[in-house]
Write a protein that binds this ligand. Structure first.
Ligand code: TMP
Length: 204
């Protein structure tokens, strides 16, 4: 049986500090002003598994890579079952900050097999579009440590992020749309709107 899907799943991906969360909020506001019903969501979620994942940010080595992957998958399964699939069936526009492409890139960079990660995510519906935010790792690191005044967590170290970025760069899923995230917030926001406009036209 194929599930009837009338909504849209718009995914925001990229290495840390590329501005995707800011852009997600801007797009949510613009779409809401246009009268769309928008669900803004993110992974890791605030659910039980997402909280366990956040606890790993400062001591990633306390679990094996396999256990870490299992936590991201459990979190996603819960997210798909409780938020994404019901929202898509109800015709909502879902904006999701990170999704299974992050698992391929981040857990792949940590040494897990990327093809197997993709297979393990077969339960997760494909995005209608994945906006892949791209900027140099240094730009992202500077935004995190300078702009946000935060320290880098265990998932954000520069050499690791370089590997993450190269896996993102190699991805060729048909729904990926690359965004030059080194531009100003306004210019990135304009590119995001241009990218999703054809999808919105299909909805109406
Ligand atoms: P964020 O909330 O700042 O986006 O941080 C989430 C971190 O978790 C980020 O460094 C990427 C990482 N992550 C993974 O390693 N695998 C995943 O599947 C997801 C969704 C996130």
């Amino acid at each position: 049986m194929t599930r009837e899907r009338t909504g849209l799943l718009i995914v925001f991906e990229g290495t840390d500090g590329t501005g995707k969360s800011t852009q997600l909020q801007l797009l949510a506001r613009t779409l809401t002003e246009k009268g769309c019903t928008v669900i803004s969501s993110r992974e890791p979620t605030e659910g039980q598994y997402g909280q366990q994942i956040r606890a790993l940010y400062s001591n990633r080595d306390s679990v094996s890579r396999e256990e870490e992957l299992a936590l991201f998958l459990a979190d996603r399964k819960e997210h798909v079952d409780t938020v994404l699939n019901p929202g898509l069936t109800a015709g909502r526009i879902i904006l999701c900050d990170r999704y299974f492409l992050s698992t391929i890139a981040y857990q792949g960079a940590a040494g897990m097999d990327t093809a197997q990660i993709l297979e393990k995510n077969a339960f997760a519906p494909d995005p209608d579009i994945c906006l892949l935010f791209q900027a140099s790792i240094q730009t992202g690191v500077d935004r995190i440590t300078g702009g946000r005044g935060e320290e880098l967590n265990d998932f954000e170290k520069a050499d690791y992020l370089q590997k993450v970025a190269s896996i993102f760069n190699e991805m060729d899923f048909p729904y990926i749309h690359r965004i030059n995230a080194a531009q100003s917030i306004e210019d990135v926001s304009r590119d995001v709107l241009t990218a999703i406009e054809p999808l919105l036209e299909k909805l109406t």
